[in-house]
Design a protein around this ligand. Structure first.
Ligand code: NAP
Length: 259
């Protein structure tokens, strides 16, 4: 039986805890600043999880830290003793060197999960300081239930934090804009949502299954002189590429400032 604790059971910590609870041999210990949140999550997960004190959480085999980057220093300063297990940090912008400085006796893994982890469809890049090969393989087996996991070089973490961690929000805002535009054509928002989400799921499944790139597949929808290309030209005129570049840069620069 492996013990996995979560310190900080908000959106992301709670999502990863929920999916890891499906592992056969895992027991979860949940700790949160306002402990009612951890108690509520434990009761929604069931027998596999229990709300835990900070001391109990620090004795786990893996200790996932799910607090905001700005709360990291004060959290670590409050530890009554050095954590026993492997630390897993999901904090944007806080690098391994910073964490090592604060937790010099621990093995540390840095991950950048995204919201689809809760349904096992996440994309989680990771890097670490000094894991053995076996420890890395064990970690991959543990986290694979959340979706794809991929080892990266830490220098790429800020960029990937944007493209995998933040980008689900960009995509959802795009879908919302599409749905809202659709309501101007006389359909109800509720009705359009089902069509649009199924279209998006199918489009991405095709993108993943195909040897062609998204833009090659996108161009295939645009018959010359047809209605799709008419809309696509409007997107280009409106500066969609510039807007996405600025969006990505804004999140990236913010990540860099968090260090
Ligand atoms: N959300 C995402 O999509 C996403 C993606 C990738 C990475 N991340 C990373 O995940 C981390 C959490 O983000 P989030 O969106 O899940 O934020 P969140 O919902 O605000 O969760 C943070 C949690 O940490 C708890 N907390 C704060 N200080 C604590 C302490 N000293 N001891 C125990 N618990 C404490 C908070 O408790 P209270 O509510 O009681 O204050 C809250 O439940 C961040 O570092 C972020 O960079 C998030």
């Amino acid at each position: 039986m492996i013990t996995i604790s979560f310190i900080g059971t908000g959106h992301m910590g709670g999502s990863i805890a929920t999916i890891l609870s499906k592992l056969k041999d895992a027991r979860l210990l949940l700790n949160n600043r306002h402990q009612e949140k951890a108690i509520k999550l434990a009761s929604s997960i069931g027998d596999k999880a229990k709300a835990a004190t900070l001391e109990e959480a620090l004795n786990a085999d893996y200790i996932f830290i799910g607090v905001k980057p700005s709360d990291m220093d004060s959290l670590i300063a409050s530890f009554p003793f050095a954590p026993k297990g492997i630390i897993v940090s999901m904090a944007a912008g806080i690098n391994l060197k910073d964490l090592e400085g604060k937790l010099p006796n621990n093995k540390i893994i840095r991950i950048m999960p995204n919201t689809p982890v809760i349904i096992g469809k996440g994309m989680t890049p990771y890097c670490f300081n000094n894991l053995s090969n076996k420890e890395e393989q064990d970690f991959i087996s543990l986290l694979s239930i959340t979706g794809k996991v991929k080892r990266i070089e830490e220098k790429d973490m800020d960029a990937l934090s944007v493209l995998t961690g933040s980008a689900p929000a960009y995509l959802d805002y795009f879908l919302d804009a599409l749905i809202k535009a659709g309501t101007k054509l006389g359909l109800s928002e509720e009705e359009i949502q089902d069509y649009v989400l199924t279209m998006a799921e199918g489009t991405i499944a095709l993108d993943l299954a195909s040897d062609k790139s998204p833009i090659e597949l996108g161009k295939e929808v645009c018959s010359p002189g047809g209605s799709t290309i008419e809309g696509v030209m409007k997107m280009e005129e409106g500066g969609i590429y510039n807007m996405m570049e600025e969006t990505v840069q804004a999140s990236y620069q913010k990540n860099k400032k968090m260090k």
